[in-house]
Each structure stands twice: as C-alpha cells, then as structure tokens.
Design a protein around this ligand. Sequence first.
Ligand code: NAD
Length: 397
Amino acid sequence: MSKQIKVGVIGLGARGSSLLEGIILQTPDVEVVAVCDLYEDRTEHAAKAVERSQGKRPFTSQRYEDVLAIDAIDAIVVCTSWDAHIEITIASMEAGKYVASEVGGAYSIQECWKLVETYERTKVPCMILENCCYGREELMVLNMVKQGVFGEIVHCSGGYMHDLRDEIAYGRENRHYRLDQYMNRNGENYPTHELGPIAKVLDINRGNRMVSLVSIASKARGMQEYIKQNKSNDPELAHAAFKQGDIVTTIIQCARGETITLTLDTTLPRYYSRGFTVRGTKGMFTEENNSIFLDGVHDHNAVWSPEWGNVENFREQYEHPIWKKYFEEGVKAGHGGIDWLVFADFFESVKNQTLPPLDVYDMASWMSISALSEESIALGGQPVTIPDFTNGKWMKR
Ligand SMILES: NC(=O)c1ccc[n+]([C@@H]2O[C@H](COP(=O)([O-])OP(=O)(O)OC[C@H]3O[C@@H](n4cnc5c(N)ncnc54)[C@H](O)[C@@H]3O)[C@@H](O)[C@H]2O)c1
C-alpha cells in the first residue's frame, strides 16, 4: 500500500463535518477523495472544506454506492445517523474497503450477524470509532486493572448521561435524526461510549463475553416538560408523545460472572458524565468524582470528599503508555484528544493492512445491546440472551 491513504467520508452532519475538518484533513498521509451525504448542501460544504485544505475538489455524491465504486479509495469513514451505520459498513466491506463507523446502536440482531458474516467472508476489516476507549481516565484505569491494582473485577457501571433535550427538540430545524428515535423507540439507544471501555476492562470477546441482559425504562416526561417551557407553539411537538423513557437501566451478565450496569439518561436536566466505574475485590475507581479507593490504603469510614480528584496521585505510576506517548507528541484536537487517537489507530491499520484494535466482534456485540434492550423493555424487563458473535472464539482470542 502506498503511504498516502485515500479516504471517502460518508455522512456530513454535525459529527462528520467536524471530524472531516478537525481530524481527517489534519492527518498527514490522508487524502480525502470523496464526500457524500443525503443532503446536497452538506456534501457541498464538505467538498469546499476539502478543496481549501487539499487544493483539489473531491468527488461528491448523495449516494454512498457511488463512493464505494471508486477503485482508488482505500478506506471509508461512516458518520451517518445510526440507521445507516451497519448497512454502509457492510457495503464497504463487500466493496473491499477498510471501514470505520461512528458509534450508535443496532436496530436488529440480524444486522449484527450480517456484519460479522460479511467480515468473515470478505476478511475486510471494520472498526467501530469508539473514541471513549481512548479516554485518559479510561485507559489509566484499564492499565491499573491489568496490573491487578483493583483485584478481581466484579462489577462495572457507566452511562451516557448527557442532557440532549435541545438537540432532540430542534431535530426538525437541524435535520437531526435523534428526534424520530425518541418519538418512536424505547431502549438503550447509545450504549457504546460507556460499554466500550468497560468491555476492555472485562476482556469482552477476548476471554469473556456478555451473556444476557435485562432492561427497564422509566416513564418519559423530560421532553414534554422541555417542549412546554421552550417550544409550546411547535405544531408537531406541542402535543407529541415520546416513547423513549427518560432513564433506561440495563444490567448485563457476563460469562465470567461479572455484572455491568448501563444508564441512558438524556432527557432530564443534568451535568454530563459517562459515570465510568470499576469495582474489584481490592478497590474501585469512579468517574463521578474522579477518585480511586484502595483497600488498606484508604479508610472506608472516612469522609470521602477530600479525596475527590485523587486520580492525579496515581498518574505517574499508572498513566497508560498511549497517553504518555501522546503527551510527548502533543495532544491534538477533538473531545480532549480522543478523536485523534481513535482515528490514528484506524489509519494505522489501513496503512499497515492490519486488524484494527476495535473489531467487528466488538462492533456487533456492543451495538446489539440497543436492539436487545428494546426487546427486554417491550417484554416488561424480561431477560434476553446476548448472542455470541464470535461463535465460541471468545474463549481463545
Ligand atoms: N463519537 C462521538 O463522540 C460522537 C459525537 C457526536 C456524534 N457521534 C455519532 O456520529 C453520527 C452522526 O451524528 P450527527 O450528530 O452528525 O448527526 P446528523 O444528523 O447531524 O448527521 C448525520 C448525517 O448522516 C447523513 N446520512 C444519513 N444516512 C445517510 C446515507 N445513507 N448516506 C449518506 N449520508 C447519510 C444525514 O443526511 C446527515 O447529514 C451518529 O452516529 C452519532 O452517534 C459520535
């Protein structure tokens, strides 16, 4: 493979355009040769950004199939709304192109299986762009877990806890996909930001796997109240019923016996958090106040607030090598640097024709949680099984 990677970017809304300009066009040895969005104005806006940066206008289309038909393209980046991720990822693998997809949840288990089967037949790699797996805290804690600092890990929890009421309520004006999701579905629609780092801690698909889940949704009141206060003259939304419960709690059981609790909390007022928490037989970490508790070191009877933020005391010893190197080289843009890291790994695997670190089995199993949670909620919180997308290979991988 030549040193220069030729890339097509599909999906150019808020995320796609910011990744294009902030990360992809800033990456040495990457040339954007095609841009595509269902909306012509977004495609055009992106084409202009590429032309300004590279001095050459890229190919443009509203049909992703046209981009996949370009022989010279080595890799595809999918930043579309959730419903097109798996379809375009599969089509890219069929076209022989390395593909990286933005995060989101799956709509059915069938599409997750199709993803895995396409990879196993074509051997063309795909990667889920789970940038939170590259978070500084997440990686330091992972490093500590691997060194046994927290003992045997028993339980992890996390959430996507982000007040998105304005993004949802202004979905029509901004042509944003989330509004329809919240009006029509009820489930853990965005599991991977917290589940990705937890899966790394628990060796999911590499020595362990997720076996079953139960999911329960609260009533949906947050959007109604927000619309009453801020958009009461909106003819569509003023009397709309939202299906999506305000808080969705999902509990996952793993083959080695650990439990995982995921919380989706996006339609009530709150501060942002992914609530990453790891509990082991010798200690714990929690993102809520960035603190570490170690048995025998800290006093479990003492008031904990003076220790908030004590992760800083562990940096020197446990900072993950990825972040040590990153600080030496200079942290780049994008969600505190994590966007740069996830793309660096993807482009590196394209360049070297190697497997990306977050692979098809991760993508299928993490994304499947959305479809399974919808099913469990629809059944009143009944347990549902999580398929083994590795077909038994998790034991030896
Ligand atoms: N990793 C992160 O930190 C992070 C942050 C924000 C968003 N995201 C993810 O990025 C994705 C996009 O989010 P967004 O906020 O930009 O949404 P958006 O609605 O602003 O943009 C999505 C775009 O995809 C396009 N699209 C949909 N189907 C398509 C198809 N078949 N072919 C071509 N284009 C198509 C739409 O026209 C739209 O312009 C989502 O999956 C979201 O979850 C990830």
